[in-house]
Design a protein around this ligand. Structure first.
Ligand SMILES: Cc1cc2nc3c(=O)[nH]c(=O)nc-3n(C[C@H](O)[C@H](O)[C@H](O)COP(=O)(O)OP(=O)(O)OC[C@H]3O[C@@H](n4cnc5c(N)ncnc54)[C@H](O)[C@@H]3O)c2cc1C
Length: 393
């Protein structure tokens, strides 16, 4: 039996990026969404920052929430690449919004709540069941369960939804890079005027932008062949990590070490993972979107934008296709090639950040401008992707 959209209830697992955006689009087409978030309460100060590209912000524009959600973000109009001696290697005129992660997820969650969408916290999904073709059941670690006509896993890289419906699916794969991120203030660093400066350092890659409030948003990537376990990284104190980064960047131009040295607060550190291609993104009345379906490494700044694209495309498929399972099938067929290409491109971009000796550095400085030029064309293709809400699937 299939129901019209207006009789349907959707269970959405995860209130990060994809979850609230999907909920808002589903509500537009008359489906009742309920979001179940595993965290006991919102953590709007958690995480560091990300760049939201135009293909993502356009999805918010279509919902009419772009301005409100991104009001605390900062424009980034160009990426400029240079070597450790500040020789410019290339640039990329990509318009993005630099925003603190917690502020982005807060803005999205509040936009959903403002529209009357229910968000339940403390609902950590432990399993999913599909009793028949019109139902999905979510089980939570507080002993409760929720029933809906279908369920969408927006529960990120370590998705329990994915584990439940695809127990044999591959796990996320370590990419050989450790990522750090932090905020600082430092009067000796001039304002960036909207430019994110990216440096191929001698032993690591460093990016920063000083925004009009005076805050410097910075990140660092360096190679480590074997994945560290989380406990090992957590056991390293902020002071020790800062010393390590200062050592890695000691041969780079002064601003890099100056920014790291002036950072007093927390410095985030994560091993970077991406997700190998899954055999499928859906099973019966359950579908995966965002990082749950296709985690990408952060090197082309696209994960959150892709999660938003998924949300609008899936809602269109559910609007225009009577049978939920067919809508999921159509969704996957529309999305898979694009996102897997970006996951691959991001991994390759990350590989260029490997450390260098004198010879490889010289070669890199010669060839990189050509790669970066080609990269601009790829970036344009990625950023210019738009989903027309009114166009039928
Ligand atoms: C260091 C780093 C830098 C990045 N930089 C960028 C960038 O510059 N630009 C960009 O576009 N992307 C970037 N990304 C990627 C981006 O953060 C993700 O692609 C994006 O957040 C994916 O959105 P999502 O909604 O799929 O998952 P998430 O945002 O991870 O949300 C998942 C939600 O599900 C909840 N959840 C998890 N498990 C359960 C469960 N069992 N039950 C209930 N709830 C659960 C989580 O608490 C969370 O709220 C970066 C990622 C990293 C790690």
């Amino acid at each position: 039996m299939n129901q019209s959209a207006s009789d349907r209830k959707a269970l959405i697992v995860g209130c990060g990026v994809a979850g609230p955006v999907l909920a808002l689009y589903l509500q537009r087409i008359g489906i009742t969404p309920v979001i179940y978030e595993g965290r006991p309460e919102p953590r709007d100060d958690a995480g560091f920052f990300l760049n939201l590209a135009e293909n993502g912000t356009d999805v918010l524009e279509t919902l009419g929430i772009r301005e409100e959600v991104l009001k605390d973000g900062h424009e980034s109009s160009r990426l400029v690449f240079q070597n450790h001696k500040q020789k410019q290697l290339g640039e990329n005129p990509s318009e993005t919004v630099l925003i603190k992660r917690g502020l982005l997820t807060k803005g999205l969650r509040e936009a959903a709540i403002d529209q009357g969408i229910t968000v339940e916290f403390g609902k950590h999904l432990t399993d999913v069941q599909i009793p028949h073709e019109d139902m999905a059941i979510a089980y939570f670690d507080d002993g409760t369960e929720a029933h809906g006509n279908f369920l969408v896993g927006c529960d990120g890289i370590h998705s329990q939804t994915r584990r439940s419906i695809l127990p044999n699916a591959p796990d996320p794969e370590y990419t050989g890079i450790i990522d750090s991120g932090a905020f600082t203030r430092n009067d000796s660093i001039p304002p960036s005027e909207g430019v994110m400066l990216m440096t191929f350092g001698v032993d690591g890659f460093f990016g920063y932008q000083k925004v009009p409030t005076g805050e410097i948003y910075w990140f660092e990537n360096h190679e480590r062949k074997k994945a560290p376990d989380r406990a090992e990284l957590d056991g390293i104190s902020p002071a020790e990590w800062k010393e390590k980064l200062l050592r890695l960047h000691k041969d780079d131009y002064d601003e890099v070490t100056e920014i790291i040295r002036s950072t007093d607060g927390e410095i985030g550190k994560w091993p970077v993972y991406d997700l190998p291609s899954l055999p499928t993104w859906h099973q019966g009345t359950v579908c995966l979107i965002g990082d749950a379906a296709h985690t990408t490494s952060p090197h082309v700044g696209q994960g959150a934008s892709l999660a938003m694209e998924d949300a609008i495309v899936l809602a269109k498929c559910l609007r225009d296709t009577e049978v939920v399972q067919d809508a999921f099938e159509t969704f996957e067929s529309i999305r898979r090639d694009r996102v897997e290409e970006i996951v691959k491109m991001s991994r390759e971009t990350g590989n260029q950040k490997a450390p260098s000796n004198l010879v490889t550095r010289k070669v890199r400085d010669l060839v990189l401008p050509f790669f970066l030029k080609r990269g601009v064309e790829n970036f344009e293709q990625i950023y210019s992707y738009r989903v027309d809400w009114n166009e039928p699937v």
